[in-house]
Design a protein around this ligand. Structure first.
Ligand SMILES: [Zn+2]
Length: 123
């Protein structure tokens, strides 16, 4: 009996953790740039076959990107500067100052508008 109670406590604990994680993902249900609720969850694959998740605003094209922990493969929204990959840091260099002043947090809750023109200097 005791063992069963413990198991169910563990289950609750596990469910709670999962729910917290899901909430963290789905709190991005409206755009951090323009506030529009018209956002779309997108999953695609990059060239090295990694699946890639992002939420894209259908109004202003801003998006928030998600990462995945190496251990456990949990999905989390990239809302802090150090969560960005080197390439993302390069693309979003204009957000660095804000992050430094705000304990590492990116502006607009991690929502940004990708401007390819800012990085491609050669063309
Ligand atoms: Zn928007």
């Amino acid at each position: 009996m005791k063992a069963r109670i413990k198991a169910s406590n563990d289950l609750w604990f596990d469910l709670f953790k999962q729910t917290a994680r899901v909430q963290e993902v789905f709190q991005h249900e409206s755009c951090g740039q323009c506030g529009s609720p018209n956002v779309k969850f997108v999953c695609r694959f990059d060239s090295s076959e990694n699946d890639w998740l992002e939420v894209v605003c259908q109004e202003c094209r801003a998006k928030v990107v998600f990462g995945r922990t190496k251990k456990g493969g949990q999905i989390y929204p990239k809302i802090r500067w150090e969560q960005l990959s080197d390439k993302q840091k390069e693309q979003r260099i204009n957000e660095k100052t804000h992050a430094e002043k705000n304990r590492g947090y990116l502006p607009s809750g991690g929502w940004f508008i990708y401007k390819p023109s800012a990085v491609s200097k050669g063309s």
